[in-house]
Write a protein that binds this ligand. Structure first.
Ligand SMILES: [Zn+2]
Length: 478
């Protein structure tokens, strides 16, 4: 089965190359059947000419009139007047070219429940995600993740961390992975428990081991990696996890050598969790802690000393009332920091420009200081530092020869971006997903001229809408 689909994909790509079809512009809907990634554009060779290039490499900085040359998924040159004979030319005039935005924690399955956290307690985020999550089919997982991936690419996000915490059977994991694979996005897929799963029931580690054994068939040529979405020692939805269970889940991931991610100290009631992690030897370079809002200086030091990364999602933290992210304290201590969407059930959308703006504004108001968190530093969190926090900085997060080609072009001629002033301030304060003209992931052009090239947005939205209607009927949730 898998072998056959690989061959047919090669044939397809060969056919596309013969036609010289750059990205099959806007016509190829992602199929919902079969094993998947048959319709991604070929990688090819192109050069972006005469753009304002923000390399996000501190030693290089910005190149105001430069080119970026990409071949077979890799950046092969960044600089002025590059020789690139035979390469397709993309006009970079009026464009800022920068690394693709890196997202670090997102429950992609529940974009099917976009903006559904209501105004009454029984319709809050946690009961909504749990009740509807328990009624999900594998296809609902597929629909939610596919809609998320489409939105990510449209918004200039080239890497996501798919925190999949509603895996009710292996089919749910398969459906989620298929959506990622078909979209062409770069992702860590973190395998989690199901919504409503007993705190006495360990995660399905044998299924994670099965995926790891066969990862070559899932990884989409290295674009996807595997991790554990760990429940930790307690969760907001279910309370304490028994010691034997959390340890079993964690030990399984560490034996497999896959990275671990966990929500912790998000609410006042869960303060002290990082101290417990430190005591129990949970912290480490393979761990990402999400939110970590209710932390002491000693706990921040423990995170820094152990090399533990944090992921901050200002819009959900604000919207649900968790508290204000401690961005500056983490950065001052040397903790790797990434930014995240978390869930569009609460945040509404996946606008990383807005997320950067929120993280800057919250930090400045906490210190009553206009200059506390500079725009350039925030942009690093959304690109290279976010990649570093995910262990991906050697591959992506900045523009230099040798790295994988994940980049975006932002049109500064749009009405909300003219005039050209300070580019990092423009991106953090003024830019929106609508300004993202072009998105490249691993050398594939997935958005061009403001349109997705490999995803039929109408089809994706129609199918997701039908899935939500059926889901609400099954769950009797209105
Ligand atoms: Zn989360």
């Amino acid at each position: 089965m898998k072998r056959a689909s690989t061959i047919s994909r090669r044939k397809f790509l060969g056919g596309a190359a013969a036609l010289g079809a750059w990205g099959l512009a806007g016509c190829a809907g992602i199929s919902t059947g079969g094993s998947g990634a048959g319709r991604l554009p070929e990688r090819g060779e192109f050069v972006i000419r005469n753009a304002y290039v923000m390399t996000m490499e501190r030693a290089v900085g910005d190149l105001p009139n430069a080119d970026v040359h990409v071949r077979n998924g890799q950046i092969v040159g960044v600089g002025a007047s590059l020789a690139a004979p035979g390469a397709q030319m993309l006009d970079g005039r009026g464009m800022i070219v920068l690394p693709g935005l890196v997202e670090t924690h997102w429950h992609m399955w529940n974009t099917l429940l976009r903006s559904m956290a209501g105004d009454r307690k029984e319709h809050g985020y946690f009961p909504t995600a749990r009740t509807l999550g328990e009624a999900y089919t594998p296809d609902d997982n597929y629909q939610g993740t596919r809609l998320s991936a489409a939105e990510a690419i449209n918004s200039g996000i080239t890497t996501v961390h798919d925190w999949s915490h509603n895996i009710r059977s292996p089919e749910y994991a398969e459906a989620d992975l298929r959506a990622l694979r078909e979209s062409g996005i770069r992702a860590r897929f973190s395998y989690g428990a199901a919504q409503g799963q007993s705190t006495e029931a360990p995660i399905n580690t044998s299924d994670i081991e099965r995926l790891q054994r066969n990862w070559k068939t899932y990884s989409n040529e290295g674009l996807l990696t595997l991790g554990l979405a760990w429940r930790g020692v307690s969760t907001s939805a279910t309370g304490a996890i028994s010691g034997a269970v959390w340890r079993k889940d964690l030990d399984a991931a560490r034996t497999m050598g896959i990275p671990v991610s966990v929500h912790a100290a998000n609410a006042r009631a869960r303060a002290g969790t990082i101290e417990v992690f430190a005591k129990e030897k949970v912290l480490g370079k393979d761990l990402q802690v999400i939110h970590a809002i209710w932390v002491t200086p000693a706990e921040i030091r423990a995170l820094a000393e152990s090399g533990t990364a944090v992921s901050l999602s200002p819009y959900t933290e604000l919207r649900i009332g968790f508290g204000l992210p401690k961005t500056g304290e983490f950065l001052a201590a040397g903790v790797p920091v990434g930014l995240s969407v978390d869930t569009t059930t609460l945040s509404g959308n996946a606008d990383m420009f807005a997320i950067m703006k929120a993280i800057q504004n919250v930090e400045n108001v906490r210190h009553e200081d206009e200059f506390r968190l500079p725009a350039r530093r925030v942009l690093e969190l959304g690109t290279l530092e976010g990649a570093r926090s995910m262990g991906l900085a050697a591959q992506v997060g900045s523009l230099r020869a040798g790295k994988r080609a994940d980049l975006i072009m932002v049109n500064t001629r749009d009405v909300n971006l003219g005039v050209f002033s300070d580019p990092s301030h423009m991106l953090v304060e003024a830019a929106q997903p609508a300004n993202v003209d072009t998105v490249v992931v691993d050398g594939r052009i997935l958005k061009r001229g403001g349109r997705l090239t490999a995803i039929d947005v109408g089809q994706v939205v129609n199918e997701a809408s039908a899935a939500l209607t059926a889901l609400r009927k099954r769950a009797n949730w209105w």
